[in-house]
Design a binder for this molecule. Structure first.
Ligand SMILES: Nc1nc2c(ncn2[C@@H]2O[C@H](COP(=O)(O)OP(=O)(O)OP(=O)(O)O)[C@@H](O)[C@H]2O)c(=O)[nH]1
Ligand SMILES: [Mg+2]
Length: 158
C-alpha cells in the first residue's frame, strides 16, 4: 500500500465518519419532525343489550353480528386514528356490560377515563330512562383533572 492509499483508507474509516454516518441515516428515515402520540380512555356505557359492543365492533373491526352475547364485566378495544402526518390518536374503548350498573365495579372501570358514550335503545323506553342513572353514576365516580365532568355523548341506537 502506498502512503496515499493508507491515507485514503484511514479517512474512509475515520471515527468521525463512522459516527456521522448512522446519525445522518436516522434523520433521513424520520420524516416527522415532531411525532405525537395520544392515548385516551373512553367509556361506552348504557343498559343491557342497547348495542354498545356492536357499535364498538363496527367502529374498530368493521363487523356486525345479530347474535347477542352479553358482555361480562368489561371488554376492551383499541381504535388507532392517524390524525395527521405527525399525530396518532389511540382510543382505548372500555365496553362495560349493561348489567354492571347493579354491580360495584364501575368505580374501578371509570377511573382515569377522559370521555364517555351513553348508549340507549330507541325501541325500549326504559333504556332511555336509565340514561340519567348512568350519567349520575359517571359524574359521581370520575372527573377531569380540573374537577369538571368528563365529556359525554348520548347515543341513540337501533
Ligand atoms: N336492529 C338492530 N340491532 C342491533 C343494533 N345494534 C345492536 N343490535 C343487536 O342488539 C343485540 C345486543 O347488542 P350488543 O352490542 O351485544 O349490546 P350491549 O349493549 O353490548 O349489551 P351488554 O353487553 O349486555 O350490555 C345484538 O343482538 C345486536 O345484534 C342496531 O343498530 N340495530
Ligand atoms: Mg356488550
Amino acid at each position: 500500500m502506498t502512503n496515499r492509499e493508507i491515507l485514503l483508507t484511514r479517512r474512509r474509516f475515520s471515527r468521525k465518519r463512522i459516527l456521522r454516518g448512522p446519525y445522518y441515516r436516522i434523520e433521513m428515515a424520520t420524516p416527522a419532525a415532531d411525532p405525537r402520540d395520544f392515548l385516551y380512555k373512553v367509556l361506552v356505557i348504557g343498559e343491557l343489550g342497547t348495542g354498545k359492543t356492536s357499535i364498538i365492533r363496527r367502529y374498530v373491526h368493521k363487523a356486525y353480528s345479530e347474535h347477542y352475547r352479553a358482555t361480562i364485566g368489561v371488554d376492551f378495544a383499541l381504535k388507532v386514528i392517524q390524525w395527521d402526518e405527525n399525530t396518532v390518536v389511540r382510543l382505548q374503548l372500555w365496553d362495560i356490560a349493561g348489567q354492571e350498573r347493579f354491580g360495584n365495579m364501575t368505580r374501578v372501570y371509570f377511573k382515569e377515563a377522559v370521555g364517555a358514550f351513553i348508549v340507549f335503545d330507541v325501541t325500549r323506553g326504559a333504556t332511555f330512562e336509565a340514561v340519567l342513572k348512568w350519567k349520575n353514576d359517571l359524574d359521581a365516580k370520575v372527573h377531569l383533572a380540573d374537577g369538571s365532568p368528563i365529556p359525554c355523548v348520548l347515543l341513540a341506537n337501533k
